[in-house]
Design a binder for this molecule. Structure first.
Ligand code: ZN
Length: 90
């Protein structure tokens, strides 16, 4: 994983429901994490990585790309692994 490389990522099959498997635009960060334009932090082990557009795009990431700004993109709900499985954090 190269730091600051822009890639497209989505959760691996089976980790979340299909509706949450949209493809985000992200950069790799230290600690084997990806940070998306919609402000999700995803573990490298949890995602599929694409070097070109694939799958259904995250609308928040798409909006951020179009506007050229992360701050106005909005945020996806953060998904975390809790005691009962994957949960929405906020
Ligand atoms: Zn996104």
């Amino acid at each position: 994983m190269l730091i600051n490389e822009v890639v497209r990522v989505r959760y691996r099959l089976g980790l979340v429901g299909e509706a949450r498997r949209t493809v985000h635009v992200a950069t790799a960060t230290p600690g084997e994490l990806y940070r998306t334009l919609c402000e999700l932090v995803m573990r490298a082990d949890d995602v599929e990585v694409f070097d070109r557009p694939a799958g259904a795009p995250c609308m928040f990431c798409t909006r951020a790309l179009a506007l050229g700004s992360e701050s106005s993109a909005g945020q996806c709900d953060e998904v975390v692994f809790g005691s009962t499985g994957w949960e929405i954090a906020r």
